[in-house]
Design a protein around this ligand. Structure first.
Ligand code: GAR
Length: 208
């Protein structure tokens, strides 16, 4: 069994997709053993509790990045995490995280990295930027976390069209439904089955 710890900050639809996948047996040997939130009122915490998953809150408010990263890494070690998943986690963590868990922390980003990513690109802001640029396709990326914000090895990507009359909310929903909720559980399963290799900073899923 592989312990999966999921980090959240908000609604937790990606967490829900992971929970549903585990129930279907689609996480392979992966088991969500703990959900950690950066905010007290994240609805993701309710989703975890409704499914009997242990929750912890490590509030970000008023805590600097390095101190916050120290607290998070300590909690992840306590939880004996094999895989850490950032699923709508809105805090940028320091390099101690990937150093402690090299190629074992994954993030889902709601755009096609290396476009529309990095500091300031999170949540709806990403989809606003996509619409402002007028690009015709967008999507989501699941990648390993390294010391560069949204810069780690890309594991899986999927695309959706951008339609003429899209709003950021409509586009966000299309990206989530068609890409994020499918690819995040898939990447988690591949990891737990030992099917992702990283060589020279490039991730390759075996058997894909
Ligand atoms: C998702 O679209 C996720 O990709 C994005 O926030 C949303 C969270 O939704 N994450 C980021 O922007 C991180 N940089 P959720 O809480 O319903 O899973």
């Amino acid at each position: 069994m592989k312990n999966i710890v999921v980090l959240v900050s908000g609604g937790g639809t990606n967490l829900q997709a992971l929970i549903d996948a585990e129930k279907r047996g689609d996480l392979g040997p992966g088991k969500i053993t703990c959900v950690i939130s950066s905010t007290l009122d994240a609805y993701a915490l309710t989703r975890a509790k409704n499914n009997g998953i242990k929750t912890r809150v490590i509030p970000k408010k008023g805590v600097g990045r390095e101190e916050y990263t120290d607290r998070m890494v300590a909690a992840l070690l306590e939880e004996k995490a094999d895989l850490v998943i950032l699923a709508g986690f809105m805090v940028i963590l320091g390099e101690k995280l990937p150093k402690t868990f090299p190629n074992a922390v994954m993030n889902v980003h709601p755009a096609l990295i290396p476009s529309f990513c990095g500091p300031g690109y999170y949540g709806l802001h990403v989809h606003e930027a996509v619409l402002a640029a007028g690009v015709k396709v967008t999507g989501a990326t699941v990648h390993f976390v390294n010391e560069v914000c949204d810069g780690g090895p890309i594991i899986l990507q999927g695309v959706v069209p951008v339609e003429n009359d899209d709003t950021p909310e409509v586009l966000q929903r299309r990206v989530m439904e068609n890409v994020e909720w499918k690819l995040l559980p898939k990447a988690a399963r591949l990891f737990c089955e030992g099917k992702i290799q990283v060589v020279n900073g490039i991730a390759k899923a075996i058997g894909e």
